[in-house]
Each structure stands twice: as C-alpha cells, then as structure tokens.
Design a protein around this ligand. Structure first.
Ligand code: SF4
Length: 465
C-alpha cells in the first residue's frame, strides 16, 4: 500500500464522520466493499450519500478490462474534484503503470492512499489516519450479518481469494495472488449469520470454487462443535443442511468441471443445493483451451455435462465463452458451436476476445482480426439464444418456485422474481402477473409458486398460484 501524509482534520466534536463509498466491479469486489463498510459501521462511522457531504471517499475499483479501468479512474477523478480526500482500494489499486510505479498514483497523485483488493485492514488504517475514529463506536448498531450491499434476501458468500491458475488472458492472479481459502468455520459462521438475518439465497463465490481448500491441503476445521474439512463437497453439504433449516437456497458460482464436482450433483438432485452450476468454460476445443491455459482443459467437458444431466436432469448450466482467441481457426470455432448445441448450455455469455494489458495471451501468434472476432461473437450468440429459448419454452406449463425480488403494492399489480434457473443480475427473471385472488399478496424475499404461462425473450411470465 502507498500512503500520503496530508493534514488530518478531525470532524467537529459530537458528530460521527461520514464516509462516501463507491463500489465498482464484480461480486468479489462487492464482498470486499461489504467487509469495509461493516468495519466502518462497527467503528461508528456513518456513510454519506454524496461526495460533497462526506469527510472522505473510498473508491473500490475494478481493473479487469479497459472499460472497467476507465470507469474506476473517472470515478476517482470525480471524487477528488468534488471532495478531495480519496482512498482507493481494489484490483486497479494493485496495477502497475508505465515504468513500474502504481498506476492509480501516476494518474491521480492526490489520492491519500492506494491498496490492492481484499485489504480491509489497510483501508481502515488509512481511514483512521485521515479521519480519526469517532470516540464512541456504535458497535451495537451494526447488524449481526454485517453491512450488505445486496438486497436483504440474497447475499454473496466469498469462500476464498486469489487463484492458482495462470490463464493466458487473465491478470487476476497478478492482482489478487494465489488461492487463499477462508477457514471453513469462518465461512460457515458467516453463512449462519446471513441466514439468521433473513437471507433466502446464498451465492457462493470465489475465483475457483472447486479448488476450495487445495492451499491448506483440505485441512479439518470446526463448525458447531464438529469437524468439517476445508473442501468443496464438505462445505456445500454443511451449507445445504443450514439452508434447509432456514428454507433458503444455495447457489454455486465459478465451479470448474473437475471430476470431484460430480459428487456435489446428488445434493442438487436431492434439492438441498440449487441444481444450477456457473461453470466458466471459455471455450470447448482442447487446443484453444490449452493455449488459454485453462484449468480442466484436459477434462472431457461434454461427457461430464452429459453425466451431470443424467444424475440431475433439471440442472441448469450457465457459462461464459471467448470468441476469436489468438490462433482460433474457423474449425475450432465451429467445434465450439457444436459443443454449445450438444451441451445445451442454458445461459451463455460470449465476449469477442480483447487483449488485457499484462496478459501473456498478448504474445500468442495468430491474432484474429477484429471484424472476425465480432462476427464469431454474433454467430455464437445466435446459437446460444436458440438453445436458451428452446429450453425456456419447455418450462411453459410447469409450476415453479419463485423467489420474489420486487413486488410493489404487495404484488397486487404483479412483480418480478427468479426461479432456481436464474442468478440475480446475470440471468433472466420471471415476470409475475397480478395474482387472480385479491387476497393473495407477494412480498420481496419470500417464495411463491407460479405457473409458467409464456416466455418473453430471456424471461418467463408466471401466474402466482
Ligand atoms: S481461473 Fe483463470 S480466468 Fe479464473 S481467475 Fe484464475 S487465472 Fe483468471
């Protein structure tokens, strides 16, 4: 971390200092923001709604793709112009600029402090230095689950930080370091507090959920007086039991298709964990996967998916792909399209390959021209949409459980929710029609059953029953 030592001005006596907070980036960055906000709140700081109304501003940045870098740098510039006291944290904070110095400092030399991601302590040290802690912390006012940036009924649970892989298009390991798994007891303790605070859907995130515990050799930890191994299957089993007691869902993200993931499938078939897997395949052709240096590149992914569908026929798979990776031939791309059709990936996103500064893929020969990358992305999305729409169509007539995300006027005019097949923010939703019975209400964060009556693009339309 780099620190600036400008003058510290304590807030006027008797008032709690106000901190402005901007959270940019992915769900992993969001959980970092939640940890910092929880700590600020625990120490008695308040949050400010505007830059001008704050004693200091924290910007949690994203450094993954060029657009995100620009958005982060623009936000820092705005905060400096409107407030002047700015602490920067997050992935962009770990990036080096030209000549090896810190990129954020090179562009915005007036920031007070810069840290990388996952640095609650360093951020708090910088806050204390520039806006001292209020004298009387309002510890009792902090909700037991901490401060959450998500709606009350769903929450992200980060189980590890960093990544042991070195995919050639990715610079995350250089920003976040190697895999560090959180102790299983801490993870389960946080899950328990979240469920007790009313969370109905817990979204497990990391860079590589299947690798949980590899770094600590699957060490045995303790939870609720019993031993639990730091391992994906054991963690998911414990979460499933807890979720069942609270009538809640557990959803797994960033799962790589290693053979041991097969063992999690029976839990899904039993309904304890949602039959939904977010598996970032990125490609299907073994040679492209090798050039990408992807984890599980040697696995037989199609066979694995077909096996998952045998064990748990209702499983929904979401994934992301890259079209036009360096050296991708037309035949390799066609192979990917065939994979999409055969694997019937329910929800797929596709990026046209775009070089990320500092990634080793930039050195690979055979750059695909921009227009070919864009054309392949469009062809991919046409296939993905056809697969996805056909699968959605099969849901018409079914009655499904829906978690209500929005229901103005107690749902008398209808609302919006999601089934097990849709994660918040990234997938589709169910448009709920006004219930037929006037006495029937819908409430945010509660489950309702709905009969699916039609599809609408990527979404479903349902009648609450
Ligand atoms: S698995 Fe690959 S893409 Fe994902 S964070 Fe690790 S290096 Fe990056």
């Amino acid at each position: 971390m780099t620190q600036d030592t400008s003058l510290v001005v304590p807030p006027p006596a008797g008032t709690s200092p106000k901190i402005g907070f901007v959270s940019l980036g992915c769900p992993k960055a969001l959980t970092d923001s939640e940890l910092i906000l929880t700590q600020l709140s625990a120490e008695g700081y308040q949050t400010a709604k505007t830059f001008q109304g704050a004693d200091l501003v924290i910007v949690n940045t994203c450094g993954f793709i060029d657009d995100a870098v620009k958005e982060s740098l623009d936000t820092i510039g705005e905060a400096l112009a409107e407030n002047g006291k700015v602490i920067v944290t997050g992935c962009l904070g770990a990036k080096t600029g030209e000549g090896g110095g810190n990129l954020v400092r090179q562009i915005h030399p007036k920031v007070l402090a810069v840290t990388g991601p996952h640095a609650t302590h360093e951020v708090m040290d910088a806050v204390h230095q520039h806006v001292p802690k209020p004298h009387d912390p309002f510890v009792d006012l902090v909700p037991p689950a901490g401060v959450k940036l998500t709606p009350k009924h769903y929450a992200y649970l980060k189980i590890s930080e960093g990544c042991n892989h070195r995919c050639s298009f990715c610079i995350i390991p250089s920003m976040r370091g190697d895999l560090v798994s959180r102790p299983v007891g801490d993870v389960l303790g946080e899950a328990q507090r979240l469920f007790e605070s009313g969370v109905k859907e817990l979204l497990v995130i990391s860079q590589d959920t299947s690798a949980y515990g590899v770094d600590v050799k699957y060490r045995t930890g303790f939870w609720d007086g019993r031993p639990v191994r730091t391992r994906m299957l054991d963690l998911v089993q414990a979460l499933a039991e807890m979720a069942e007691k609270h009538g809640a869902w557990v959803r797994l993200h960033y799962v790589y298709p290693y053979p041991h993931v097969d063992d999690v499938l029976p839990l899904m078939a039993g309904g304890r964990v949602l039959p939904y897997l977010d598996v970032p395949f990125q490609h299907a052709h073994p040679d492209v996967l090798r050039r990408m240096k992807r984890p599980a590149s040697g696995e037989k992914n199609l066979e694995r998916i077909l096996r998952w569908r045998e064990i748990c026929p209702e499983i929904v798979i979401r994934s992301t792909f890259i079209a036009g990776f360096p050296g991708e031939t037309e035949a390799e791309f066609e192979y990917l399209l065939d994979f999409m059709r055969e694997a019937e990936i329910d929800r797929a996103g596709c990026f046209a390959y775009s070089p990320v500064e500092g990634a080793s893929a930039n050195e690979l020969p055979g750059a695909v021209p921009d227009e070919v990358r864009a054309e392949r992305q469009a062809r991919f999305m046409a296939v993905a949409e056809a697969v996805s729409t056909a699968k959605l169509q099969r849901r018409v007539g079914a009655t499904m459980q829906v978690l209500v995300d929005s229901a103005p006027a107690l749902g008398r005019k209808g609302g919006v929710g999601r089934t097990y097949a849709d994660a918040p923010e990234i997938d589709g939703s169910v448009r709920l029609l006004p219930p037929e019975k006037a006495s029937r209400t819908l409430k945010v964060g509660e489950f309702t059953r709905a009969r699916i009556v039609a599809t609408e693009g990527h979404d479903l339309i349902g009648m609450p029953v």
